[in-house]
Design a protein around this ligand. Sequence first.
Ligand SMILES: [Zn+2]
Length: 285
Amino acid sequence: MAQRIAESDGLARQIRRLAQHGALPHAAILSGSGDRLGAARFFAAALICRSEGERPCLRCAACRKVLEDIHPDVRLVQEAERKELSVDAVRQLRQDVYIRPNEAQRKVYVFTDCAQLNERDQNVLLKIVEEGPAYAAFLFCADSASALLPTIRSRCVELKLRGEEDAAVSEDALALCRAFASARISPVLQITVSWENRRMKRETLQEVLEQTWQLCARALLLQCGKAADDAPGAEDAAALSRALRRDQLARLTDCLRQYAAECRYNVGPGHVLGALAARWEALLR
Ligand SMILES: [Zn+2]
């Protein structure tokens, strides 16, 4: 199952920020061009991730199950054959929502294509969105929010995907990823020194480390058997997954996440880069 997680784009960051503040809405529309279903999975994972740190971590058992579409509390609501959702599907959902989640704190319904929801369905859903149990969450994927009735729209937060071009991974992140894939210290040192010489700004470094961290997380998922994707940076993530042992990759991922987070505080880029290089050296031993 090839799927993309639109991680490196702004939407993923928005979702993580909302999760960090406990502010993820219980109803959201994922609109715009790009991998809406991937974004919905990312959102669902953020809702039920068990990590103490950044959510979704994409590594805990809950996240992994969501990404593989096998989490019992995350349901994709869709009709493969029909153009519209069947009456039965909606009726069943209305009962299902009151059955408490199996293993997560939340229960998430992902409507993969809102074009399948006719007016009658949407009116039923509106009641569920408004009056359903607090643990239930609803994610609506649509080209445009106008696929939904204004009444439903007014209950949802709209999150827009900005398409492929914005999902691009920066050259700096790719270069750092390649340096790690060499499994040697010198290429990593060369890059960090060149960034220091360039006087890379803290915000830029944070962005680059976040993107590199996402590449590492993807490499880790590949090692865990996830099918390769073709999102930007896929080749470098694959090279990294071949070059490093799983424990190295896991520690590198944690380390990048930690230093990306440190950039949020008032820590100089030089300090972050120095610490990162030292950790990398230790990791190679
Ligand atoms: Zn997780």
